[in-house]
Ligand binder design. Structure first.
Ligand SMILES: [Zn+2]
Length: 295
């Protein structure tokens, strides 16, 4: 299977923007890092792909986009952060949660995520204040929720597809694919309608990826009669940017007394990064040094 890729393109002479992702390795890495259940793999995988595509739209190296699904379901909150090039990290609160299948026999991602809360998007573009957008969660299926977010909160009518395919028993990730279609202002209605009519074919993207087809070929075929024009390819990944120095700041925020008590009582502290589960060990001497930096 081809390496993970994001493809950007245009349809109908630039009236419609298309972005597509193939991300099997990204979702596999996330599953391995967090020990995800099948349900959690589907939910986090979908959210990672979407956030990665949003990251690929960032202009500067320091820019970040964070998406938070707070739907009140048993998986808990689903948090992802992406940077330029679609490099993404993410986690959810209950990685081992598994639920009975939905009535249609599929993983019940909607029930796991829940639909009693909001989707929050934070874009840190190096300005004084980050941009924060919010929208109610409408289904918990994630793709629908992001489509609703783009349409309502960013006034950008959008169609979103996100699919993760797994081996039924082992939960091995077989393919992961996504698509974001956005109409530019003044796009004639019939163009958007033509794409909506293609929903069934679009939903087969992850099946076709699993069959070994490459994303570019799939897009060329899917949109052959819509003048698909490829603009750019990028290579996304699940990768965390944590470091021991970064976690020192988290420790300092706990305060002097807490740090000294950890140094005395436990002889050190093991801190793990939420986003990738990497564990960092701080000795009692290191904790005492950090305690001195507390205000
Ligand atoms: Zn990390």
């Amino acid at each position: 299977m081809e390496q993970d890729v994001i493809i950007r393109g245009l349809l109908f002479d630039g009236c419609i923007k298309v972005m597509a992702i193939s991300a099997m390795d990204m979702v596999k890495e996330a599953r391995k890092a967090h020990g995800l259940s099948r349900l959690a793999t589907a939910a986090l995988g979908r959210s990672l792909m979407m956030t990665s595509m949003m990251g690929a739209q960032l202009k500067d190296a320091g820019d970040r986009v964070t998406t938070m699904l707070k739907g009140g379901g048993e998986l808990g909150n689903v948090i992802c952060t992406a940077r330029q090039g679609g490099i993404v990290k993410g986690y959810l609160d209950n990685p081992e949660c598994e639920l009975p299948p939905a009535p249609n026999g599929k993983l019940d991602v909607a029930l796991g995520v829940g639909w009693f809360g909001e989707l929050v998007v934070v874009k840190d573009l190096g300005l004084k204040e980050p941009y924060v957008g919010r929208c109610e969660i409408v289904s918990g299926e994630i793709a629908e929720d992001f489509a609703n977010y783009f349409t309502k909160s960013e006034q950008q009518p959008s169609l979103v597809y996100l699919g993760v395919r797994m081996e039924a028993y082992s939960g091995d990730v077989l393919s992961a694919g996504g698509l974001l279609v956005q109409a530019l202002p003044n796009c004639p209605d019939e163009f958007a309608e033509a794409i909506e009519k293609r929903a069934t074919e679009i939903e087969r993207i992850s099946v076709r990826l699993q069959g070994g087809e490459v994303l570019e070929t799939i897009l060329n075929e899917l949109f052959s009669d819509m003048g698909f024009e490829l603009l750019e390819k990028e290579y996304p990944a699940f990768k965390c940017d944590c470091s021991k120095e970064r976690l020192e700041r988290v420790l300092i925020s706990l305060g002097r007394e807490e740090l000294l008590s950890m140094a005395d009582a436990d002889g050190g502290a093991e801190i793990s990064c939420h986003f990738c589960n990497t564990q960092y060990w701080f000795t009692d001497d290191e904790l005492r040094r950090l305690a001195k930096e507390c205000i």
